[in-house]
Design a protein around this ligand. Structure first.
Ligand code: ATP
Length: 228
């Protein structure tokens, strides 16, 4: 089930630049799309959900957790998928990288190997279990990155343009996983408006402000018309 995400008058400043200004919203939907022009604040908003960026003003709550106070705890329930999977592949081999995600989560050692094997199977990566992770193709790396997130059984997945570097087949695979029931709640930053249209709600950012949010079709139509 989707949890509650709240932003209360949130601002983020980098140097003398406001990346986000006075963002207030409560979200309870399962599929949340984020759209807006380059530099409008989408990634900053998404990164705040698992304490990669902390508010300079206001307060964020993710399923009752304040990321500013409990970064480690929010990362236990919220997994992040980046556009570039190289940013999150940590261990030398595919199986080790997926197993690494389970560290510090109280999973009995005896259970880890079986869970990793099962998860690799789901993602079609079993044959690559012992392969060096950095030698995978871009698409395989993104599947690995998502596999390493989903094995933790997250309550929330935040994906920042997760299909930007992928071909059509891998794009489809990643999207199918993200929109599957294994992801109870998804925050998806995307320039792909067809993908945003599949969400339950869409937030549109402009120049660091949450310009509007609501019904995906309406928000997307206005956004498309503004830049046609
Ligand atoms: N770590 C940082 N240091 C300095 N400025 C930053 C940092 N992160 C973001 N910014 C700035 O904050 C603003 C918002 O950036 P953000 O990455 O949130 O935009 P975005 O909507 O995700 O853009 P894009 O579609 O290009 O990914 C931009 O002006 C950006 O240059």
């Amino acid at each position: 089930m989707a949890g509650t995400i709240t932003f209360d008058r949130v601002g983020v400043r980098f140097g003398d630049h406001d990346a986000l200004r006075d963002v207030t919203i409560t979200l309870t939907q399962a599929r949340i799309g984020i759209i807006g022009l380059n530099g409008s604040g989408k990634s900053t908003f998404a990164r705040m959900l698992n304490a990669l960026v902390l508010p300079g003003a206001g307060e964020v709550r993710v399923h009752g957790i304040n990321p500013s106070a409990e970064a480690a705890r929010v990362r236990q329930i919220a997994g992040f998928v980046f556009a570039n999977p190289d940013a999150q592949i940590i261990m030398p081999t595919v199986a080790e990288d997926v197993a690494f995600s389970l560290r510090g989560r109280g999973v009995p050692k005896a259970e880890i190997a079986a869970r990793v094997a099962a998860e690799l199977e789901v993602f079609g990566l079993s044959a690559l279990a012992d392969a060096p992770a950095h030698e995978l193709s871009g698409g395989q790396k993104q599947l690995l990155a998502l596999c390493a997130v989903l094995i933790t059984r997250p309550d929330l997945v935040i994906a920042d343009e997760p299909t930007a570097l992928l071909d059509a087949r891998n794009r489809r695979l990643i999207i199918d996983h993200l929109f599957s029931e294994r992801v109870p709640q998804l925050v998806l930053v995307t320039h792909d408006l067809d993908l945003a249209a599949r969400c339950d709600v869409v937030l549109r950012f402009e120049d660091g402000r949450l310009l509007e949010h609501g019904d995906p079709a309406e928000i997307i139509t206005r956004y498309s018309e503004a830049y046609a």
